[in-house]
Design a protein around this ligand. Structure first.
Ligand SMILES: Cc1cc2nc3c(=O)[nH]c(=O)nc-3n(C[C@H](O)[C@H](O)[C@H](O)COP(=O)(O)OP(=O)(O)OC[C@H]3O[C@@H](n4cnc5c(N)ncnc54)[C@H](O)[C@@H]3O)c2cc1C
Length: 416
């Protein structure tokens, strides 16, 4: 058995670079967006930070090597995600949403698609945005459903040599682009054949922006990730060439499922980053504050126990999330289950533990001026809800796995 969390030299260098960038640059995002009134204004205020992230080569370092980037895989992404999220949730989510947006092309794109559509994200300049548009107004937990009027409702039909897309999407990261006219690339999940089961009737279409027929209806005003922009938009007879299909006609659900497997593990790591920031702040508070009493707060046994419990939970999230990323890199059979556990356990642990740490800090944790904890909790609230909500999508995937006749509960640990 080999259980080893040692970083390679290249990973140690990546971690140091990510930490430096996060502390010097991303740490300023919270202040830059705090008093801005609208989702669009906050998102625009993050643009210089995002441009610097791109200029520093972090997008390029995350894009896997087979597609022209320098990324070594999921563990490399996890290293960067942890360091970034420990300082800021906004710009990192904008950056990682690009990888989700490009994931269908990585997984199922033709060499020509990979060359053409990934290229702008490899250049270390500008502020390119790609998005995977799956979620729809009215709900997407049942995107596999073949109920009449259910499942994926955005439609695409062939008209000559063009696909014509009609429908609406919501909560899509970066989809509006910086100017509301659309991201550089939208991977749109569409029903291409309503007459067959969704497993054969859903496809992913590539929509380069700005596209005629794309219209933002509204921007989401969310409690956390307040400098990251998601929108509700309509696709009204949006036309793309017939060749802009990823993974073949009718193969969309498989592509979407595989894309979201990788991101599940990353949500565990994002949770870890936020937890780490919350714990470090609280530990410092407990060591340095007496709150009018005779000893530092950490000397009180109840506080010591709370900190110990919080740290144990954080270690569990860390081990599980990195193991899931490693398993994904190895394409190991247990990767999907571990990634799902990392998503569900990591996200719910983040919300629970940050709330407990706020009790340690007390009333000053309820003031944005004196503590980052409330803001970290607001960011963490998204983790159980996004990337496929824990109630509707993620637990169902685990349930499905465990119902399979050949499911072996030990297979996540030992291959006998
Ligand atoms: C910051 C942020 C960024 C996002 N970025 C993107 C993005 O880039 N691309 C994208 O496509 N989406 C994105 N989303 C949306 C996100 O991925 C959601 O998880 C997704 O829309 C599904 O939401 P849901 O599970 O609540 O589904 P809904 O269909 O709205 O379900 C609502 C609730 O109904 C119940 N329910 C419904 N069906 C079932 C069922 N079968 N079993 C059990 N319970 C059920 C559950 O309680 C569920 O929570 C983003 C969201 C946020 C907050």
């Amino acid at each position: 058995m080999s259980i080893d969390f040692t970083l390679t030299d290249a990973q140690a260098e990546l971690k140091a670079a990510a930490r430096r960038f996060a502390r010097e640059t991303l740490s300023q995002v919270r202040e830059a967006i705090h008093y801005l009134p609208t989702p669009e204004s906050r998102f625009l205020a993050t643009r210089p930070f995002y441009e610097e992230l791109v200029r520093e080569g972090f997008l390029r370092r995350l894009i896997p090597q087979p597609f022209g980037g320098e990324g070594g895989g999921m563990v490399d992404m996890a290293i960067v995600a942890e360091e970034f999220y420990a300082e800021d949730a906004n710009v990192p989510l904008t950056a990682f949403a690009n990888l989700l947006g490009l994931m269908p092309i990585f997984l199922a794109g033709t060499p020509e698609q990979q060359k053409a559509f990934v290229a702008p994200f490899l250049e270390c300049r500008g502020a390119p945005l790609a998005a995977l548009a799956s979620s729809e107004p009215g709900g997407s937990a049942n995107y596999h459903s073949d109920a009449v009027g259910g499942g994926v409702r955005t439609r695409a039909r062939l008209d000559g040599q063009q696909w014509v897309i009609d429908g609406a999407k919501q909560w899509i990261s970066g989809a509006s682009g910086w100017d509301g006219k659309g991201a550089d690339l939208l991977c749109v999940v569409c029903r291409t054949d309503a007459g067959v089961a969704p497993q054969n009737g859903v496809s992913v279409l590539l929509v380069p922006g700005p596209a005629a027929g794309f219209r933002v209806n509204r921007y989401h005003e969310s409690p956390g990730h307040r400098g990251h922009l998601t929108s509700n938009f309509t696709l009204d007879q949006v036309r793309v060439p017939e060749g802009n299909i990823v993974g073949g006609v009718g193969q969309g659900l498989q592509v979407v499922d595989a894309s979201f497997s990788a991101t599940a593990a990353l949500v565990g790591v994002m949770s870890l980053g936020v937890l780490r920031a919350a714990f470090d702040f609280t530990l410092h508070f407990a060591r340095t504050q007496r709150r009018g009493g005779p000893v530092p707060v950490i000397e009180h046994q109840a506080v010591g126990y709370a900190l110990a419990d919080a740290k144990a939970s954080i270690e569990a999230v860390r081990s599980l999330s990195y193991r899931a990323c490693f398993a994904l890199d190895q394409q190991a059979p247990e990767a999907l289950e571990l990634a799902l556990h990392a998503k569900v356990f990591g996200s719910e642990t983040a919300v629970r533990v940050i709330t407990e740490l706020m009790r340690v800090v007390g009333i000053d944790s309820y003031d944005h001026a004196t503590s980052p904890l409330a803001s970290l909790l607001q960011d963490a609230l998204a983790f159980p809800l996004f990337d496929g909500g824990n109630m509707g999508v993620r637990r169902r995937q685990l349930h499905e796995l465990m119902k399979q006749d050949d499911y072996d509960s030990l297979s996540t640990v030992f291959h006998l």
